[in-house]
Design a protein around this ligand. Structure first.
Ligand SMILES: [Zn+2]
Length: 412
């Protein structure tokens, strides 16, 4: 397996060259950061004996840890002078704050320098990816959660899975379009005879759509999402009931005394904590009928979660799109349910439409994280849910890829 994996990495031209921030960090990056960390540990030791006699670390000729450390330090000092700058669309003060170089402790400084080295490596990788029209498409993905597989996870994976994940991400799988480009073979789809690249096989084939292949994949992912929400729902519903009346406030207060402050009981995180009668419907085995008490409609969202006591309803719609089109899918679904939400509001319900996306190659959209967070699924549970969703999408897509030449369709 070991040999197999390195062969795949070699074949796809990725080995040692740096494999971007998606799915793996590069060997070069790990090598450089560990050397720099050691260099700083030795030369900046509190023991003068060690600091004075620090050995020159053995590396190649082009790159030395001493020079790299020096450069990283100067750019960190420069950043101190520039001060905090705004990045992205977040408001002022929303960006992550880092300790200033001049105020950092020796340990923090070491961390800052290593981070700077990683940042430089990543910038170099991005510059290379931008020049590659095809393999670098991931540069255009928006609203996708960062996904990082540790080397341990990679070694634990089956070889075929690693191979599929990497080659699908960089679009170097032997799809008809690629085979035509490489060897002059027939560039058409085996199912529908139109020109087929990876995107066509994964999300664009009419025959696949008619046969229900995409629906099957969608339902695999939906099942996973429903499981996370259902366990959360059960948990919240089983919590001790909320105080039915607001605590008495009409107590007699003597003149000159302050009214005692009533602290609200410690609440669960997330928006579900407001009620204990949540109900959940999922559009899987049986056709979902939108609860008539909320609104009358023919629309069938993937997931409806509602509570009659607080008159609130969450309408969740899942898409498994091509990673380039995450934002587009979000807007489309939001629009589709706008009218239904308005109807529900007229009936006195608070309706929240939550479109979520899990990319077909297993890259989870930010919308998913914010949904889980809103529902109070945080920390370890959140990470597990996201991993499971990514895995479900990736596994189903791999199955679709394997069956791309098979005209008959029968999901297992
Ligand atoms: Zn096709």
């Amino acid at each position: 397996m070991y040999n197999n994996d390195s062969k795949i990495l070699h074949n796809s031209g990725l080995y040692g060259k740096g494999i971007l921030e998606l799915p793996l960090s590069s060997l070069t990056e790990e090598y450089k950061s560990s050397k720099v960390r050691l260099e700083m540990m030795l030369t900046e030791s509190r023991d003068p004996c060690i600091a004075g006699n620090a050995p020159t670390l053995a590396t190649g000729r082009k790159w030395t840890p001493a020079a790299a450390t020096h450069q990283a330090k100067s750019s960190l000092k420069h950043r101190d002078i520039v001060g905090h700058v705004q990045r992205g669309r977040g408001g002022l003060g929303l960006g992550e704050s880092k300790p200033a170089w001049c105020k950092a402790s020796p340990l923090q400084r070491r961390g800052l320098v290593v981070e700077e080295i990683r940042r430089e490596e990543q910038a170099a990788r991005c510059a290379r990816a931008i020049s590659q029209g095809k393999q670098g498409r991931w540069m255009c993905w928006e609203d996708v959660e960062k996904r990082k597989l540790s080397w341990k996870e990679i070694w634990d994976m089956e070889a075929s899975r690693t191979s599929f994940l990497l080659r699908a991400t960089y679009d170097v799988l032997p799809s008809p379009a690629n085979l035509s480009q490489w060897y002059g073979e027939d560039p058409t789809c085996h199912l529908c005879s139109s020109p087929a690249n990876l995107k066509h096989i994964m999300v664009g084939c009419k025959t696949s759509l008619a046969q229900g292949r995409y629906t099957w994949r969608h339902n695999q992912v939906l099942r996973c999402l429903a499981a996370s929400l259902e366990s959360r729902r059960m948990f919240v519903n089983s919590l001790p009931p909320l105080p039915s009346h607001p605590p008495p406030t009409g107590q007699f207060v003597r003149e000159g005394e302050k009214q005692p402050r009533i602290r609200p009981p410690k609440t669960e995180p997330g928006q579900l904590a407001a009620a204990r009668d949540w109900r959940l419907l999922v559009d899987l085995e049986q056709r979902l009928c939108f609860p008539a008490e909320i609104a009358m409609t023919n629309l069938r969202p993937d997931l409806v979660l509602w509570s009659a006591s607080v008159r609130r309803v969450y309408i969740v719609e899942l898409t498994v799109p091509w990673e380039d089109n995450l934002g587009e899918a979000f807007e489309r679904k939001k629009l589709r349910y706008a009218e239904l939400a308005a109807d529900a509001e007229q009936q006195g319900w608070k309706a929240i439409v939550l479109p979520v996306e899990v990319g077909c190659r297993g890259f989870v959209g930010r919308s998913v994280t914010s949904l889980l967070k809103d529902m109070g699924i945080r920390g370890q549970a959140q990470r597990q849910s996201i991993k499971a969703l990514a895995r479900a999408a990736e596994k189903a897509s791999q199955w679709l890829w394997i069956r791309r030449r098979d005209n008959t369709w029968a999901p297992r």
